[in-house]
Design a protein around this ligand. Sequence first.
Ligand code: KIV
Ligand code: ZN
Length: 547
Amino acid sequence: MARDPGRVLIFDTTLRDGEQSPGASLNLEEKLAIAQQLARLGVDIIEAGFPFASPGDFNAVQRIAATVGTPDGPVICGLARAAAGDIRACADAVGPAANKRIHTFIATSDIHLEHKLRKSRAEVLQIAAEMVAYARSLVNDVEFSCEDAGRSDPDFMYQVIEAAIGAGATTVNIPDTVGYATPAEFGELIAGINAHVPNIDQAVISVHGHNDLGLAVANFLEAVKNGARQLECTINGIGERAGNASLEELVMALHVRRSYYNPFLGRPADSSEPLTGVRTEEITKTSRLVSNLTGMVVQPNKAIVGANAFAHESGIHQDGVLKNRLTYEIIDARTVGLADNRISLGKLSGRSAFRARLEELGYQLERDDLDDAFARFKELADRKREISDRDLEAIVSEQVQQSDGACFSLRSVQVSCGTGLQPTATITLAGADGAELTEAAIGTGPVDAVCQALNRLAQVPNELVEFSVKSVTEGIDAMGEVTIRLRAGGVLYSGHAADTDIVVASAQAFVNALNRLIAGGRSQALHPQKGPLPVLGDMPLAERPRV
Ligand code: KIV
Ligand code: ZN
């Protein structure tokens, strides 16, 4: 049987595989804010990025390693293709973390070998062993993945896994890269690895999977029953195509159905010891932060974190819930941190009360950011009587999004609209040098007029592909959160903002998206899974693995 950590390890890949979703690219500040929140959530491992992709990706992984990778914090992991340059860059990027991991991978399915890698099985076997050994010469904690494991010949995969463990892999990861497996098949795959890989007792078995058939979470739970002890997942299930397995669904399934899963981990069914190290009360906050910063809106009926997940709309359900919550409720909303929305501050609250509440909520802003956020808070307090934790979170996530060096900042928005009027917007933007420009435009409605005026000012071709508004809290004076997605050159860029005035929020969200578009986002970054491996012979000698 595979090495058993005694519980199920949660490996979060929101910042790597999640960020590979179209339009979900994040700036450095945003990645740091998410990594800090993931540490508060209690995940065991954070896959912080693919350092070889670009200098920006390298820098982000290194900063996360330095700030979040504390001795009692999570393991900080970076992804590397099975290529020396990738592995060296990854080791350097995760270097500052107290607990660091290199995650290297190569495809094992014939379809990937033939069409993507153009390599024989023997070559792949050799590369896997050599590159794991090289990674292991740089760090003690090495994870190896057989990409497209779900469609690989099991016998070949057993050989590759055995070689990788022999070369020093401490975790072996089995990805259902294209989301093709069914739960029974995926469970059998893990059981087969346990039964046929002779040295499997020296490694933890991990699973990774995409949700193309909506089966990722079910597949993982079946894998746990068959010996998998690490689950690779993302917040809100974001990721390529239909996304990755969702962290909150896995964690809550293992929490709510603990007595069913306990025996598979050799525990008595009634053991109350948690199956994962995740602090479930942090789930809702983490979900909102990731949604706000990536611009990936959570569907209302999404399990655990959707707006309707704990709402009892129908009359029969409400009646039952009022008599006894257990009639229709399997999770108390407080378990996922949903009911915690304190009215914390008001118009008269000072800077130190503001900072103290932010710190209690887990946000530590640098001095300048704190000044800006406090100014936003005061502005909001003039318009809204009571400021809740949710409002503070909206202010902070907006603050994090306004990265230094942004091309444009919004100075003013003015609209006139109404019955019998042609909606008109006048906008003033400041460029990076502080110079201000003003434009006016008419539109089909006030938001359309705002977007037209902004496009005239920015002069950057783009197409608006998504616009959504939702309220942060209840009440007529609530802030509205706007998410905008723009497409340019086939790439998606998102922007998010919140304000009590949704026209202002729309303008700010549009400016945030434009700034990302201009910064180029991930369009220039290398994708880890698309394209062939770099050829070893082409590498400078100094870069070649010392194995
Ligand atoms: O889906 C996949 O196969 C991956 C690997 C790189 C682990 O993301
Ligand atoms: Zn993946």
